[in-house]
Ligand binder design. Structure first.
Ligand SMILES: [Zn+2]
Length: 110
């Protein structure tokens, strides 16, 4: 028997659709970034973020996304281009070269 989760229904379809849109926005952001149009890339990150907020998704929780933007200035970042990574005591230090802030992330060897 499957336990029923009837106490709180999550709009799963809505979440899935939102996630698809966010994927698309990040794809666009990457394309524009690679073309050298960083302004437009950042615009798409903001769109993704707004979409995420509308369904209360925390973008930082998704591995696919969290390395792709700076959580301080929401610029699209790419390691080696406008972001630097250093590893120190199993912690990743990602420096956004747009705003100069450092994001720390645990470094998982896998
Ligand atoms: Zn930044």
């Amino acid at each position: 028997m499957k336990p029923k989760r009837s106490y709180k229904q999550k709009p799963e379809r809505e979440l899935r659709e939102a996630k698809q849109k966010i994927d698309y926005f990040f794809e666009q952001a990457e394309n524009y970034f690679l073309e050298g149009n960083r302004e437009l890339a950042n615009k798409y990150v903001k769109k993704a973020r707004r979409k995420a907020m509308s369904v209360k998704i925390n973008l930082g929780r998704y591995k696919d996304y969290k390395n792709k933007f700076c959580k301080y200035c929401y610029s699209y970042i790419k390691l080696g281009v406008n972001a630097k990574r250093r590893i120190k005591n199993k912690i990743q230090l990602i420096t956004c070269l747009e705003c100069g802030k450092v994001t720390r992330k645990p470094f998982n060897k896998s």
